[in-house]
Design a binder for this molecule. Structure first.
Ligand SMILES: [Cu+2]
Length: 308
């Protein structure tokens, strides 16, 4: 009897180990590794647009830039011409013209038209950014000193924290000051709303390539949204000065096809438990010392299972 029990216990252990290894090896977020949208040295322009909002922002920025270049070029040439043509040696007796109706009409009408052609697409963009209606899903993002917490409103209990990987624990391929232990995983091609708030001080939920930038304010929820057409990894940073660990709260988003997302949710729900974050934010200052603490609530997540 004892032997049978021993054998069956052994078989169970082997089976569990096998299941664990299989889960650990098949990372549902692997599809996001093929494309990485991260800042690079000497970057001059916005990052490649990863969402419709950012594509719109990028277009408007260049559109206004061309108009500005035209205005600066025109005014610069006019000033250069006036300084040369009417210099004292060539034009010793200055003219006494004070009014010219045609010129005055032109310099009122032309700038007004310029403002009109700028304000129309600007307001359009503001409304586009504000339209977070009918999302496929909502994620509540909470800023803490100094990490992010992601709670999936449509998946009860799926709530976990996301810490930056300290420099001395980076693995090959991971990005310094940007890679986190547990990224935010989202499906591609779906509208996702973010409810953004904070538990302590002002933070900023900022992902440049997605055109998402909102304050995280304690006691208040601000919303934003995104839709990511391309599977990949997208990075952002807290962009409000929120304390000594301000630089240690990057945002990493893994955008994956829907099937992979659903597979990830399944394993995440099985492994993540409802999160309880440290109650006193001020007591978390030792977290800054390296290494950062383990995310005890999410360490079993596949793809992030390695001990840190
Ligand atoms: Cu912050």
């Amino acid at each position: 009897m004892k032997r049978i029990l021993k054998t069956s216990l052994g078989a169970c252990a082997v089976l569990l180990l096998g299941v664990h290894l299989a889960v650990a090896q098949s990372d549902p977020t692997a599809a996001a590794n093929g494309y990485v949208n991260a800042p690079h040295n000497w970057q001059m322009w916005f990052p490649a647009a990863g969402s419709p909002i950012q594509a719109h922002i990028d277009w408007l920025m260049k559109y206004v830039l061309w108009i500005m270049a035209g205005v600066v070029g025109f005014v610069g040439c006019l000033m250069g011409y006036a300084m040369f043509r009417f210099r004292a040696s060539r034009n010793p007796v200055p003219g006494r013209v004070t009014h010219n109706t045609v010129i005055e009409v032109i310099w009122i009408v032309v700038p007004t038209l310029l403002l009109a052609v700028i304000i129309i697409p600007s307001i359009n963009l503001i409304y586009f950014e504000a339209d977070d209606s009918n999302p496929y899903m909502t994620v509540t993002v909470t800023g803490h000193q100094w990490y992010w917490e992601y709670s999936y409103n449509s998946v009860p209990g799926l709530d976990y924290t996301s810490y930056m990987i300290p420099d001395n624990q980076l693995k090959p391929g991971e990005l310094r000051r940007l890679t986190v232990d547990h990224p935010l995983v989202l499906p591609i091609g779906k509208k996702i709303r973010f409810n953004i708030t904070s538990s302590d001080v002002l933070h900023g939920f900022y992902i440049p390539s997605l055109g998402v930038q909102r304050y995280a304010i304690p006691g208040t929820i601000l919303t934003s949204w995104t839709e990511i057409p391309k599977a990949g990894t997208y990075y952002g940073q807290c962009n409000q000065i929120c304390g000594t660990g301000h630089d240690a709260m990057p945002i990493e988003i893994k955008a994956v096809p829907m099937a992979d997302y659903l597979a990830w949710v399944k394993t995440a729900v099985a492994n993540y438990t409802a999160n309880t974050v440290p109650s006193s934010p001020l007591s978390s200052s030792p977290q800054l010392s390296s290494p950062l603490p383990h995310n005890q609530f999410a360490d079993a997540a596949p793809g992030a299972a390695s001990p840190r």
